[in-house]
Design a protein around this ligand. Structure first.
Ligand code: HEC
Length: 242
């Protein structure tokens, strides 16, 4: 009897897990595993963004002061470790590359990344950061399986290492990517770095999400208290009717 019971629970769990992972694989992208609730991850992601991305990309809806407040950093820490453009603490994050130059170098201006995760999803950004490979036929020397022919040179190659494409026999289609030269990070460490960056961009896409969770608890408590009051009031009104 108990054995059967355990078996059916295991079966049900298996079905749930199976359907969830089938869903995750449906879009063809590995789940990013990123999230805005892990403050240490957001801090590491911010550091990566300001060291490797802000040279080309801005976050025009995000202020340095807001990053400090939301990520638990002091003004000093943000100005010393994240702000290399000479912007003021209250200013928004603007790349120091003039758009005309970018247009000239890459044939395409690097887009503002404030809303990138909302536009493309966290899974897409995470997969994109994992899918650069060396391609001498491209003007910038790099290509990407998630965003074919993207005109972005891969800035994290020293960390990830260099990936090359293994083509399907007799075709130009990429079968898989191989790490042909290891980077400073192990593959696991690099996945975590890509996850941290994705988390930071997820936060930038909606800085209010952190606050909303904080206020949400108070709203629920208020609603619970109000329900109790309304119930007591109703009892008081109807007391004499019967
Ligand atoms: C040397 C300049 C340069 C640097 C540095 C750079 N990018 Fe880019 N990035 C570009 C360009 C140019 C494009 C536009 C590619 C295109 O549309 O073909 C782009 C596109 C992107 C896109 C896709 C935008 C879309 O179209 O949806 C993402 C995401 C992105 N970059 C993230 C990053 C991150 C994260 C970093 C830091 C690790 C970074 N980039 C560093 C130049 C750069």
């Amino acid at each position: 009897m108990t054995k059967r019971f355990i078996f059916s629970i295991a079966l049900a769990l298996g079905l749930v897990v199976g359907s969830v992972s089938a869903q995750a694989e449906e879009g063809g992208l590995p789940p990013s595993g990123s999230g805005v609730r892990d403050q240490a991850s957001l801090q590491r992601g911010a550091k990566l963004f300001f060291n490797y991305c802000v040279g080309c990309h801005s976050l025009k809806y995000v202020r340095y002061s807001r990053i400090a407040e939301d990520l638990g950093l002091s003004e000093q820490e943000v100005m010393d470790n994240l702000n290399f453009t000479g912007a003021k603490f209250g200013e928004t994050v603007v790349s120091h590359m003039p758009e005309a130059d970018a247009q000239k170098f890459f044939g395409k201006a690097p887009p503002d990344l404030s809303l990138e995760v909302r536009a493309k999803t966290a899974d897409w950004v995470y997969a994109y950061l994992n899918s650069f490979y060396l391609d001498p036929s491209r003007p910038v020397g790099w290509n990407n399986t998630v965003f074919p022919n993207a005109s972005m040179p891969f800035p994290l190659w020293e960390l990830q290492g260099v990936q090359t494409a293994v083509k399907k026999p007799g075709s130009e289609e990429v079968e898989k990517l191989e790490l042909s030269r290891p980077g400073k990070l192990t593959p696991e460490q690099y996945h975590q770095a890509a996850r941290d960056l994705t988390s930071f961009l997820e936060y930038a896409s909606e800085p209010a999400a952190l606050q909303r969770q904080k206020y949400g608890i108070w709203v629920l408590l208020f609603l619970a208290g109000f329900t109790l009051l309304a119930y007591m009031l109703k009892k008081e009104y109807w007391k004499d009717v019967h």
